[in-house]
Design a protein around this ligand. Structure first.
Ligand SMILES: NC(=O)c1ccc[n+]([C@@H]2O[C@H](COP(=O)([O-])OP(=O)(O)OC[C@H]3O[C@@H](n4cnc5c(N)ncnc54)[C@H](O)[C@@H]3O)[C@@H](O)[C@H]2O)c1
Length: 301
């Protein structure tokens, strides 16, 4: 998608992390920016910052896991700016722990945001974009769904999150093929970052009725959280770097957006495991000590 200026970008999860950085870049491109998020105060701060950059903005508070609220976001966007050129289905939350330890409420919450949030965005915005394409041969639209390297490899103690992100990769690859059947004017990308320092480690802040404090966590959830925090603190890639790569991929109409090239080696290993009928390799094999640390934490109970 070459021409961004003057078009609207809808961004879910726009109040923090990748979403906020995408909003900053969309404003710099001269786009109208629709900031959508569940966290009211952070959203108000983000909107103030983006409008101070000179962009026309619309701030919309919603829970992306609720289809009616995503529909209301689309209605408000249409009323204010018309059909958007860019849609970033980006809002997401994290949770960890041995996969059998997540509760039914954990599954509903995380799949609601990470998977259904993206599904609602796709099913509600895509028809609007296709109709705009039908009416105007010059219209171009692009959808970016945020998955993760967790949608490409199955690291231990992240089963719930991995499940949601594998689903987003599958959904978005299919979206790409489905769009290609019906139009050349609307396209899609999937964003797959590895660990980056954002607010994702504090996802419970946006969870209604979340169990309070670390004492509610199981040993595996505590160990997983510690590893995630260490990984984020050590990450050489910033949220701004990720957003920059996303905008570049949008311009190039590139489907896969991988922000951590080193992490791709695990994708090859996984494909080789499948093709050669091997047991799944340890995704932490190239991170010395991580698996031993987890075993030590979990076997001493
Ligand atoms: N940070 C990483 O290491 C990393 C790596 C891979 C993928 N991701 C993905 O990137 C996306 C953005 O996360 P981030 O890292 O910027 O984290 P973040 O916490 O900084 O930002 C996520 C935003 O989503 C919002 N949000 C949460 N639940 C919501 C809901 N139900 N409805 C609407 N908004 C909601 C939050 O308020 C927050 O502003 C997520 O999909 C995440 O899974 C993050």
């Amino acid at each position: 998608m070459k021409h961004l200026k003057g078009k609207a970008a809808v961004i879910t999860g726009a109040a923090s992390g990748f979403g906020l950085e995408l909003a900053r870049l969309a404003a710099a491109e001269g786009m109208q920016v629709v900031l959508a998020d569940i966290e009211a105060q952070a959203l108000a701060r983000a909107e103030a910052e983006i409008s101070a950059l000179g962009a026309q903005t619309l701030a919309f508070r919603l829970d992306v896991s609720k289809g009616a609220e995503v529909q209301a976001l689309a209605d408000a966007t249409l009323a204010r700016f018309g059909v958007p050129g860019l849609v970033f289905n980006n809002a997401g939350v994290g949770a960890g722990g041995l996969v059998w330890e997540n509760t039914e409420a954990d599954w509903h919450w995380l799949l609601g945001v990470n998977l259904m949030g993206v599904a609602h965005g796709v099913r509600i915005f895509t028809p609007l974009m296709l109709e705009a394409a039908r009416l105007d041969p010059a219209y171009e639209g692009h959808i970016v769904n945020t998955a993760s390297m967790a949608g490409m490899q199955s690291a231990p103690t992240l089963g719930l999150y991995n499940t949601s992100k594998f689903a987003v990769v599958g959904l978005t690859e299919t979206l790409h093929h489905d769009l290609a059947l019906v139009t050349g004017q609307v396209s899609a990308s999937v964003l797959c970052p590895a660990l980056v320092n954002t607010g994702i480690g504090r996802s419970e802040r946006n969870r209604e009725g979340a169990p309070a404090g670390d004492s509610a966590l199981t040993a595996s959830q505590r160990a997983g959280r510690q590893l995630t925090e260490q990984g984020m603190a050590m990450s050489q890639v910033s949220a701004a770097d990720v957003a920059g790569q996303v905008m570049q991929a949008v311009r190039e109409q590139r489907f896969y957006i991988f922000t951590h090239p080193g992490a791709l080696l695990n994708v090859r290993t996984r494909a080789d495991d499948i093709l050669q009928g091997r047991q799944p390799s340890d995704p932490f094999a190239d991170l010395p000590g991580v698996t031993d640390y987890l075993k030590a934490q979990l076997r001493r109970q």
